[in-house]
Write a protein that binds this ligand. Structure first.
Ligand code: DQA
Length: 144
């Protein structure tokens, strides 16, 4: 079982970006953690990061033939990108949305996710563990 993890815009600055909200772990720390979780679960994981909306759309489309599941943190695009929501709706594999922070408890404009509405489910508020929980969910959904 192969899972593509897509980190969206500004997540390349994790560790230095608003650490009071997003923590002090870097993106490399998060990816190392996910590699360890994937090893324990006996699954393959590939992590990528894109700042541009179109690159995320292309990655979602590409994963439909190479992966069994996508875990995506669309960052700020979550709150308004119909292009990413449409890409998620267009692929036959399950897509799980994750957020480091609890978007339901943040500014009003962050409480809505148009992309989560296109996903099988979403996990928000557990820091890097949001991604790990999504990998666990993926193994359950796919019956691994
Ligand atoms: C985020 C939440 C978004 O509102 C924000 O724009 C991000 C990160 C999160 O993981 O908590 O870039 O997706």
């Amino acid at each position: 079982m192969r899972v593509l993890v897509i980190h969206g815009p500004n997540l390349n600055l994790l560790g230095e970006r608003e650490p009071d909200i997003y923590g002090t772990q870097t993106l490399a720390d998060v990816d190392d953690y996910l590699a360890a979780v994937a090893r324990d679960l006996g699954i393959e994981v590939e992590c990528v990061q894109y700042n541009l909306e179109g690159e995320i759309v292309t990655a979602i489309q590409g994963a439909r033939s190479s992966c069994d599941c996508i875990v995506v943190n669309p960052g700020a695009y979550s709150h308004y990108s119909l292009a990413i929501a449409d890409a998620i709706s267009s692929v036959p594999i399950p897509v799980i949305e994750v957020h480091l922070s609890n978007i339901a408890a943040r500014e009003p404009e962050r409480r809505i996710s148009v992309t989560a509405a296109a996903c099988i489910g979403s996990i928000s508020g557990f820091g890097a563990q949001s991604y790990a929980l999504a990998l666990h969910a993926a193994t359950k959904i796919l019956g691994k």
